[in-house]
Design a binder for this molecule. Sequence first.
Ligand SMILES: C[S@@+](CC[C@H](N)C(=O)[O-])C[C@H]1O[C@@H](n2cnc3c(N)ncnc32)[C@H](O)[C@@H]1O
Length: 179
Amino acid sequence: MTSAVGGYAFGDSAPAARRLGLLADVFEPPSRAFLAEFARVAGDPVDLAVDLGCGPGHSTQLVASVVGARRTLGLDQSGSFVALAEAGAPPGVEFAVHDVTVVPFPSPPAGLVYGRFLLSHLPDPPATLAAWATQLAPGRAAAGRRGRPDPHHPAGPARLPGHGGRPARRPRPQPGDRR
Ligand SMILES: C[S@@+](CC[C@H](N)C(=O)[O-])C[C@H]1O[C@@H](n2cnc3c(N)ncnc32)[C@H](O)[C@@H]1O
């Protein structure tokens, strides 16, 4: 068994990185379709997309290529995953070590906050989603893909309230809103 990184059950060893490479290949089509739908609805390219729990960077590169944000930032708690991700990063794609349960993120407000295969590894998904919403530019979206319940996760298939792949939006300010 690999050592855990923080609360992440699979660790950040070389086999763990290879496992994420295989998962990325398998889940690329539905993830690509999900992100393409976001890009279609968003219209203009966003300034910043943030990929939470980016691992070795597969999901971040997918976000960058499909969403076409001016800048894409991947955040992960694992220094070795972030180093792997940085090694293959194209222009406009950056990475940083950060515990994504902690806000603020080391970035300006984001046009998209995305996380793939992350929420089921975090202790309090509803509170974490609420914290992520505070990191959005007004009117922008937080979106997550859990994929199929992971049968290998020690906690078993996750049940995530309010998280069915639907985006959580930060409302646009309305006239008369208190700031
Ligand atoms: C299943 S992997 C998904 C990687 C990537 N999103 C992908 O789809 O290939 C989950 C990732 O979340 C990271 N992670 C787990 N808890 C975290 C936390 N609190 N802060 C930052 N990263 C975290 C792990 O280190 C791991 O890289």
